[in-house]
Write a protein that binds this ligand. Sequence first.
Ligand SMILES: [Zn+2]
Length: 233
Amino acid sequence: MSSEWYYDSPSTVAGTLQRGLGRGAALVRDPEDVMACVRRDHRFWWIFDDRALYLARLVRDLGIDAGRIVDVLRGEDDDNAVGNATQVLVQLGRGGDQVAIDGLREYVRRGADRVDELEEIAAAWPAELWDDLLPVAADRLRPGDMMGFATGEPGSAAGWRVDRVSNQSTGYCPDPECWPAVAAALDAAGTPHPGGFTDAVLFRRCTSCGQRNIVHDGDFACAVCDAPLPVDG
Ligand SMILES: [Zn+2]
């Protein structure tokens, strides 16, 4: 398969669906055109563009069995397909589709790292559809995950409380000083938190070999080439 991917022409049905256009919804007849958009998130700006409701309506209007979207979750290791299928199932479940509800609940219950999916569910569904899954997810989180979630106090609005937060993300290497941004995000979500990183980690990139290092015990030396690491930022 080629790594290059292009949108289909906006004059085709597939092209309109890939762009989330209203006229695509009016034109589409083939369920496979919709399934192609469920299997691959086509949004250009995924932060601003909420496509799941659009796709969920098409799934419903064309009579596509939600079980086919549950199968996308089961069959794909690709984060993009899983994230997109999850969001569509969340919307279908919100509309009362029992196949979507059961399938997504089962997916969260069975998987090792499905906190993201559980958060999507918790944001959209009434608590009785997911609060029994919280202890399952909390038990699964291992040391080294960036956040340790625990179930909230009974009756708390969010149902979540964060009891452990680390900046140890080897992908992003956030500085411990980024805590205010983390706190703001948790506050906005109404999630109680410990008020600071419980496991703060200092990252430094080696200016000599480029390796990312975690500084242990104040020893600013690269683990790979032994060059001194920058002490200030
Ligand atoms: Zn180095």
